[in-house]
Ligand binder design. Structure first.
Ligand code: GRF
Length: 194
C-alpha cells in the first residue's frame, strides 16, 4: 500500500457505474478530520450515473470514460490516475472488469465491495441466489482486487441475517446499509497499517 502524504492522507479514486451510495459514504468519511484519504477523482463509465452527478456537485474531479474500446478507456484512466497521484482505487458498483494489465499497474492498491459473504456468491445476482438457496445469512465483503473475479484477499466482512419473507429487493436494501458502513472502515483499516 502507498505511503501516506502530507496530513497523513493519500489521494483516492472511486470507480462507479450507477447509484453511488458507497461513493457517498466514502466521501463522507474523506471529510472527517481523521480520515486517511482525500477523495480526488471519480471515474464513471456512464454519463447518467447519479453518483457522477453527486461527485461533480461536490467538486470532485469527475471523468466519464467511454468504454466502447476497453484498451483506450483503461489507457485514459491510467493517465488520469497518474496525473492525480492516486494511490488507492475503490471500486463501488463499477460494472466493468479491469484487465490483468491494469490490475498489475495498481497491484495491491485496488479494493472492491461485494454484496455477499465471499468466497460465497461471487459474481452477479447474489441476493436472488442467496434466497433461492435458503441461506440463513448473507452479508457484504470488502476485498483486494486481483486477477480473479471477487477472489482477492478479504479486508472486512459483515453478516446480515435473512428472514423468511425476504425478497432480493429487501435483502439488497438491508445489505447496502451495512456496505455503506463497512467500506470506509475497511479503507481506514488498510491505511492504518502503513
Ligand atoms: C453495491 O451493492 C456493491 O456491493 C456492488 O454494487 C452495488 C453498488 O451500489 N458491487 P452503489 O452504487 O454504491 O449504491
Amino acid at each position: 500500500m502507498a505511503k501516506l502524504i502530507g496530513k497523513n492522507k493519500i489521494y483516492c479514486a472511486v470507480f462507479i457505474s450507477g447509484r453511488g451510495s458507497n461513493l457517498k459514504s466514502i466521501f463522507r468519511y474523506s471529510k472527517k478530520k481523521n480520515s486517511k484519504i482525500i477523495l480526488k477523482l471519480v471515474v464513471s463509465n456512464k454519463l447518467s450515473a447519479p453518483g457522477a452527478k453527486f461527485a461533480k456537485k461536490n467538486k470532485i474531479i469527475t471523468q466519464i470514460v467511454n468504454y466502447e474500446n476497453t484498451i483506450k478507456a483503461e489507457k485514459e484512466i491510467l493517465s488520469l490516475l497518474k496525473k492525480n497521484d492516486i494511490k488507492l482505487i475503490c471500486l463501488a458498483g463499477f460494472l466493468k472488469i479491469l484487465s490483468k494489465n491494469f490490475i498489475k499497474n495498481f497491484n495491491g492498491k485496488i479494493i472492491n465491495i461485494h454484496p455477499s459473504l465471499l468466497p460465497k456468491y461471487k459474481g452477479l445476482n447474489t441476493h436472488e441466489r442467496v434466497i433461492k438457496n435458503k441461506e440463513s445469512y448473507s452479508g457484504c465483503t470488502v476485498h483486494f482486487v486481483n486477477k480473479k473475479l471477487d477472489s482477492g484477499k478479504i479486508i472486512l466482512q459483515q453478516k446480515v441475517k435473512l428472514y423468511k419473507l425476504d425478497t432480493p429487493k429487501k435483502l439488497e436494501k438491508r445489505i447496502l446499509k451495512i456496505e455503506n458502513k463497512i467500506y470506509p472502515k475497511a479503507i481506514n483499516q488498510i491505511l492504518s497499517k502503513i
